[in-house]
Design a protein around this ligand. Sequence first.
Ligand SMILES: [Zn+2]
Length: 288
Amino acid sequence: MTRAGPSEKQACQSEGCLFPAIAFAQYCWFHLESKGEWLSNLEARILTGQNLGGANLARILFKGIKFGRARLSGADLSGARLIGADFHEADLAAAQLRGCDFRQSSFSRLQGSGANFEGALAAECNFEYAQLADTNFSHTDLRKARFGGASLYRARLDFAILEAADFSTADLSFALMGGAYASTCRFDEADLSRSNLVGTNLEGASFTKANLFYARLGRVRGQGANFSQARLERAVLREADLRNVRLADAELKGAILERAILTGTDLGQVNLDQANISGAVLEEKVPG
Ligand SMILES: [Zn+2]
């Protein structure tokens, strides 16, 4: 007897339905009658380590299923509801996760390279030590999410909501974060070299000891951000709003600060060798 693998999509058997059937069923989630039975069946497959790569799990309302170590590379979970889910050490590489509701879920040590989280709700999620190279978080709600120690090399975070998220020690080199809303975000000791943060809101964000070598920060709104001991060598800060920014012991050698606003910012201990500050609004902070 041959059985269809989880990745072979067939049409839902309900008359007139245009959705494909979900994995291990003949119906889409909406038309599936024995939902509870199907969910416990899926849970058993995950527990036994079955490879669910490429499975169609779209638009499913999951409740209380544990996805720890689940093998879901290339699976389609788009539009699924997974609030508070546990995906620790799971494999979601190249998975389709658009528009999922993942609020307060755990993805610690996830393999999520190349996954597509576009437009997902992922506030307060834990992505610590996750592998997220080339992952797409464009327009994703990640407020208060935690990414400590995660690899986000070349990840897309443009127009993401990152308010109060924690990227301390994460690898964000070559990441695309243009237009993101990252106020009060923590990037302490993170690698943001060659990243693109054009137009990003970084008000009150913390970049202590961060590596921003050759990062593009043109037109950022960085009022009150902390760049103490940060490496901003050759960083492009053209027309950036850097009012009341902390730059103690920051390295700005060769940085481009044309037309940047630096009022209220103390440049006393900053290395500005070969930096371009033409047209910048500078004002030494008067002690006392
Ligand atoms: Zn259907």
